[in-house]
Design a protein around this ligand. Sequence first.
Ligand SMILES: NC(=O)c1ccc[n+]([C@@H]2O[C@H](COP(=O)([O-])OP(=O)(O)OC[C@H]3O[C@@H](n4cnc5c(N)ncnc54)[C@H](OP(=O)(O)O)[C@@H]3O)[C@@H](O)[C@H]2O)c1
Length: 311
Amino acid sequence: MEAAILEEFGSKLSVKEQPTPEPGEGELLVKIKASGINPVDAKLAHGYMKDRLPHEFPMILGWDMAGIVEKRGHGARRFSVGDEVYAYARRPELNNHGTFADYITIPESYLAKKPINISFEEAGAIPLAGLTAYQSILEVGKLKLGDTVMILGASGGVGSFAVQLAKYEGAQVIAVASKDNHAYLKELGADHCLDYKDQKIEEVIWDIAPEGVDLVFDAVGGDTTLQGARCLKEGGRLVSITHKGDGLPDHIDFHYVFTEPNSRQLDHIREMVEAGTLKVKITKAYRLDDINDALEQIETGHTTGKIIVKM
Ligand SMILES: NC(=O)c1ccc[n+]([C@@H]2O[C@H](COP(=O)([O-])OP(=O)(O)OC[C@H]3O[C@@H](n4cnc5c(N)ncnc54)[C@H](OP(=O)(O)O)[C@@H]3O)[C@@H](O)[C@H]2O)c1
């Protein structure tokens, strides 16, 4: 099979022939059709997370995928050959066998059926970003009907799902991103859009939410997290996927989320996609040979919606 491999931290990926893996006990061999590109892929390539995630070289990067079940290992019985599936494929033990490849072997407990009404490209863009928004907004953030939520980084991969999930829960959504993305955010359902470039969000928020917001979901980090904290109402919650909480006032109900694979939640997301509640915007599809261009784009920190690589 062809795969984009990393041979040392800090180097570019190179597309090379690699042995096609054999599914082990309880595993499936999946023919990958598309894989979402996420900021973490570039961070891993630079070695920023090398102490946290076990690895060996050569590494095949990539944690997102949609594809077709091609072979079942001994004991695997939940899916059939030919089933169309999607998954967040990060494994806790070793991060070598990622999704920027023609094939992956993966325990079937990671997989869910792909939504039937969207392409493999759209489905491959969902798992990591979709689960991150789901776990942050619904599970940890406990957003409920009538709450007001401020989403920092609303137009990116995670933010786009967060806006839609928050609307699905019946919340009032204040989306923060640059002005060029405001029309897109309105299409996703945002009630108010704020541009972080030409104003201070902690100064203008009071016109929209006079008591402050119930939940801040932060997909940006740094000083932006601290600004978001100042927009909370008393007792409000701050959920971040980028900030560990250093420097925040003690009274803030703060939670850091590191997204976990969860096929039950992917099933729920599939239902929402099939019902038309959740949409995916693909801004650009890359070929595997152009994987380094895709990583460069995601590193800008200004990608709208999702970008993917097609196998
Ligand atoms: N902890 C976890 O499990 C986890 C999971 C997924 C992602 N993450 C992290 O979360 C971050 C976001 O991920 P992503 O996939 O959504 O990234 P992305 O697709 O690159 O989106 C980033 C978005 O942030 C917006 N942005 C940049 N600076 C901003 C600012 N100062 N204020 C408000 N918005 C700003 C950009 O909008 P404009 O172009 O309009 O500026 C862009 O749409 C990354 O750092 C990623 O590594 C963590």
